[in-house]
Design a protein around this ligand. Structure first.
Ligand code: GMT
Length: 377
């Protein structure tokens, strides 16, 4: 197989976070183009929902021993990478999320010696902004990024933050996230959620991993303001450390009959398409994949103005960007948009058009293939 379609190892987190989703969707798209794709992680990625002959999954097992405080996953992953590269003669290993994956790829490439593979690291966000910059990781993360054969970032904002935070000399290519516009589409048939629409109620949605960066207090606080003005339910998708505090806030505000917790859900496209508004007031987002998926479904999005979201949404045209503490501003925009069908339609159409024009999977997969080609040549 020529460089147009290399044999690729994809390393990612299997959990429902954005980096694992992008890695999986990209791997699946590469497989559709005829590339042999080998996913390598500690569990099958959540979005790996279909079988194809040229896709394989290799599980990393980590042995523990009483002297270890934590199982040494980094070493087990590097070892697995060497095995898979040797057995399947991979050309390239693409790791998503720098920690510890970029370091594992570096180790594997060193161990493989003569059988030279190329490594690509995609920076997703918190691997730089929240975790990578911590003193306990900074030096190793910097080294591992510098030693990758190719580095990409999901937004220009993240590229700039990474160059600055790590004083990198490495060039970073910006390749934005993408969505399958056939699967995430406004006319997708609705399934479930009908009960939340009873008595003409609107459905406001939030979907995340319920970490502090997702700013759950602002989700509930903004929804409370919306619910004072309009009949609406809030549907919360996902789970994470902030879940108990979110339950407590909902109770304190007496919103139990308006707020519905769905837990982790895989078929996010079925849920997003049935919502009237997505609320993602994160402290920052390097990109905002859920916002992109909602926009593809023609759902108006209210999200943070901190990070790379302005590369996705044109203010007040295809969505709304706000300071994450500006609950009044977010609620005001949501009420104006939800309360005016013509305005809501205009935002929905602008959002869908923006995604089709810039973030269509086919276009972005081409960019990755061209990037692989450059790295391999
Ligand atoms: O947002 C998270 O906590 C998950 C995290 C991840 O790595 O899974 O998401 C990051 O990567 C996504 C995919 O590229 C981006 O869309 C998210 O904006 C980014 N999260 C943050 O920057 C907080």
């Amino acid at each position: 197989m020529g460089t147009r379609c290399p044999r690729i190892g994809v390393v990612c987190y299997p959990s429902p976070g954005g980096s694992g989703i992008v890695a999986t969707e990209l791997g699946l798209a590469m497989a559709d183009r005829g590339c042999a794709v080998h996913f390598i992680s500690y569990a099958p990625p959540v979005r790996l929902r279909r079988y194809a002959e040229n896709i394989q999954f290799h599980q990393v097992f980590t042995d523990n021993y009483p002297v270890f405080h934590h199982p040494p996953y980094t070493l087990s992953l590097a070892t697995k990478l060497v095995e898979v590269v040797r057995e399947h003669r991979l050309d390239l290993v693409h790791v998503h999320y720098a920690i510890p994956h970029a370091t594992c790829a570096f180790l594997a490439r060193e161990m493989l010696g003569e059988q030279r593979i190329r490594t690509v690291t995609t920076l997703h966000g918190t691997d730089i902004t929240l975790v990578g910059v911590q003193p306990a990781f900074h030096t190793t993360v910097r080294f591992s990024i510098e030693r990758s054969d190719g580095v990409t970032a999901v937004s220009a904002w993240l590229r700039d933050r990474s160059l600055e935070a790590f004083e990198l000399t490495k060039e970073i290519e910006v390749i934005p996230n993408f969505v399958d516009i056939e699967r995430f589409r406004p006319d997708r048939k609705p399934v479930g959620l009908a009960s939340f629409r009873q008595e003409g109620r609107l459905v406001v949605m939030h979907a995340s991993n319920f970490r502090a960066v997702k700013n759950l207090p602002a989700v509930i606080g903004t929804f409370a303001r919306i619910a004072e003005a309009l009949p609406a339910n809030l549907v919360l998708v996902g789970e994470g450390p902030e879940l108990p505090a979110t339950h407590a806030q909902v109770q304190e505000l007496g919103l139990e009959d308006r707020v519905h917790f769905l837990g982790m859900q895989n078929a996010i496209e079925d849920l997003l398409v049935q919502s009237d508004l997505l609320l993602q007031p994160s402290r920052h987002e390097s990109f905002g994949l859920t916002a992109l998926e909602a926009m593809a479904c023609g759902v108006p999005v209210v999200t943070t103005n901190q990070g790379g979201t302005a590369e996705l949404i044109e203010q007040d045209v295809s969505g709304f960007l706000a300071d994450p503490d500006d609950l009044e501003g977010m609620a005001g925009w949501a009420i104006r948009t939800l309360g005016d069908p013509a305005r809501r339609r205009a935002v929905a159409e602008a959002a869908r058009a923006r995604v089709v024009e810039r973030f269509d999977r086919r276009r972005i997969v081409d960019l990755y293939l061209e990037f692989y080609e450059r790295v391999l040549s």
